[in-house]
Design a protein around this ligand. Structure first.
Ligand code: AMP
Ligand code: ZN
Length: 112
């Protein structure tokens, strides 16, 4: 079966792109949980954070810098949250590594 986020990255499924470079694609979540809620995904198909290895160190650092820069662009100087849901118990529903970035309201902790 094709991967939903690979299809979003290659454009066969439409999305609201907010940023793209050679390594990552960022787009608005279809079911926003906060006024700002977007996803950053690597263009490489990696199933989950549990599949990461040494060779991904630069990619993961890059994703966090992209998140920080986009949050700056969106004016989230009061703060934001970066979330990765990993595999079944982590609540992952799309099996292509992605980081949620949420902001624009005060967020609760701990999660349910
Ligand atoms: P997770 O539960 O961490 O795997 O997150 C998957 C996220 O993908 C959810 O927040 C969904 O709302 C989001 N999502 C699913 N389909 C789409 C889509 N076509 N476009 C944008 N976001 C989507
Ligand atoms: Zn994929």
């Amino acid at each position: 079966m094709e991967c939903l986020f690979c299809e979003i990255i290659n454009g066969s499924i439409p999305s609201e792109c907010i940023y793209e470079d050679e390594l990552v694609y960022a787009f608005n979540d279809i079911d926003k949980q906060a006024p700002i809620h977007f996803l950053i995904v690597p263009k490489e198909h990696i199933k989950s954070a549990d599949e990461l290895s040494e060779k991904h160190k630069e990619l993961i650092g890059h994703i966090f810098l992209v998140a920080k820069n986009l949050c700056g662009k969106f004016g989230l100087e009061n703060g934001y949250r970066i979330v990765n849901n990993c595999k079944e118990d982590g609540g992952q529903t799309v099996n292509h590594l992605h980081f949620h970035v949420l902001g624009g309201r005060s967020l609760n902790w701990p999660p349910g």
